[in-house]
Design a protein around this ligand. Sequence first.
Ligand code: ADP
Length: 227
Amino acid sequence: MIDFKNVTKTYEPNITAVRDMNLHIDKGEFVFVIGHSGAGKSTFLKLMLREEKATKGEVMVNGYNLTKIKEKDIPYMRRTLGVVFQDFRLIPNLTAYENIAFAMRVTNIDEKEIKRRVPYILNIVGLAKKGGKLPTQLSGGEQQRVALARALVHNPDLVIADEPTGNIDPALSLEIMELLKAINSTGTTVVVVTHEHELAKRYAQRIIEMRKGVIVSDTGAKGGEVI
Ligand code: ADP
């Protein structure tokens, strides 16, 4: 599912954000990657999305070797995963329904399928009655649920959430976490990247902690011990 083998990412001129990282995440896991600012979490995320390329080592995601992948295959790889960002990244002049439909249209899914699937996904995230609302007419938590719905349109094997609770209040954060848990319970792998260590401790089956580009502990490492 996700495999990092001796992965190093060095930015120009000479900043090593991820150093010799080895990591395996299996299908169906619910993993938190935590660490303070500057630990290398965003770089880890960008390596998984192939927004950045590893300087050394091998990154495998959903069967794609991201070290060797051709540019033309990157969109196909990205369709196997759903991403939720801290700042939601919704299109402001489109309704919740249209934001989700748009994500389907750009990948040439036919209108009949869109009409069938969007209400179904809106229902999963508890927004069945709010499809007609614009992002500005929704609370932060609701906007994040639209973003989560959009991440689910392609029925991904893997959902990656980048600080998903960073811009919403604590009560709504718990709702989002409950939703991620529900999505995970259907077999989808969930990776949450966050600096909110408390939230991670409350929810995670597995917590990977990064510091200065290195994994300093992993509760899911072989044998279950903290490394
Ligand atoms: P985190 O998400 O945990 O805050 P980052 O991956 O953003 O960590 O950053 C890790 C290190 O890499 C930091 O020292 C940061 O300044 C540096 N860094 C991140 N992105 C770039 C970039 N595009 N160019 C140069 N340095 C970067």
